[in-house]
Design a protein around this ligand. Sequence first.
Ligand code: SME
Length: 164
Amino acid sequence: MAETLHVATGTKEEKYRTLLPQILQLIDGEPDLIANLANITAALKETFGFFWVGFYLVKEGELVLSPFQGPIACTRIRKGRGVCGTAWQQAVTLVVPDVDAFPGHIACSSASRSEIVVPLIDDNRQVWGVLDIDSDLLNDFDDTDRWYLETLCSYIKPQTTCEL
Ligand code: SME
């Protein structure tokens, strides 16, 4: 496993293109889900400097806070609540340019201004968690983030080793 992360300079797309193969290498051969989610959040934070990046995992009918980087956050989110609970319920990625304009947004921090939430979907089309990224800038996420983060999330399996 590489010990240092190479962060590309340049566009958002160049950063994702440099980051994703490194994440695949990081998680390849490691079956422990929490270890992999922890490294993925660290790699995303180091590459983009996002205000908050982390995972919530479905446990006993709720989303429960899991590995993250950033300020402390709410620990449990019910289905259909906030951006995370809505992305879970609808099984779709949500890009929210202005969190104050999203009905029911859960404000873990007043500094959060925009957000993207990508569901983790298993082979039976069931959502088993979400990746949540918050920015302190308005309108910070677009289709480039959606595409690369959905690709990244497709690599993450609930328990099994990632296959390159
Ligand atoms: N804002 C999220 C809650 C999680 S925090 O942002 C870390 C939401 O509305 O679901």
